[in-house]
Ligand binder design. Sequence first.
Ligand code: SF4
Ligand code: SF4
Ligand code: SF4
Length: 246
Amino acid sequence: MKPCVAVFSFTCCEGCSLAILECENELLDVLNLVTFVRWREAMTETSDDIDIAFVDGSISTHSDVRKIKQIREMAKMVIPIGACAYNAGVNALKNKYGMGEVKEIVYGAEGAQFDTIPVRPISAVIPVEFALPGCPIDREEFLHAVRDLVLGKTPRLSNSPLCSECKRLGNVCVFWKGMKCMGPVARAGCNAICPSNGDYCEACRGFVDDPNVDSHKETLAEHGLSPQELMNDFRLFNSYDDSQIA
Ligand code: SF4
Ligand code: SF4
Ligand code: SF4
């Protein structure tokens, strides 16, 4: 029997669940391993018999809290996918404001009726078995994770800083082009796609578990910067919790 898989979305652009659909050729490999039983973007059928629930998006309303708890009861495994689900991603920027202020900014005088609470990643609300970072997820990493989960193994994320991946690819460091980059503390695993294309890294995959903060500070000092100045520019994906590198 193939495991039954469902895909659910919470507060997000749903780009990560869409990234699964965009696996194209590899999607056939995934379909050989699992049976999708519930996925609003891809099918009309629904089922509550779920072995693995992939979830994109953050928890940002009381109704999100109720729904994710129901999913936890239904599914044997819950796997957050993408930055919004992994560490609250861009949604956590909302937490800088009071909820009353947020409602008024977005909805004006009618805002009071809307259900909104400070944003949390999935793992801050329910226990999860594993989580995939990235905005959006890396498709290859997703496929590896599916294979591991089906085999009963816990998938593993790279725990190296992005700089190691970037240097292995022979990229010229963007610091030497006058740009800033989160590479020294960002979690690798995306093939350093942004620096490889001439851009900086904003750490959309979050930070390595134990960032080398001293080396990070040294690199920044060489370019006249401090970690806090860098975070002020790169708060987009890591504002929920930047205590590891602050
Ligand atoms: S992580 Fe990025 S691509 Fe994925 S759902 Fe959130 S905003 Fe969209
Ligand atoms: S471009 Fe970024 S990731 Fe690449 S070596 Fe420089 S700091 Fe590290
Ligand atoms: S290079 Fe950085 S910002 Fe770009 S995908 Fe990788 S982790 Fe995300």
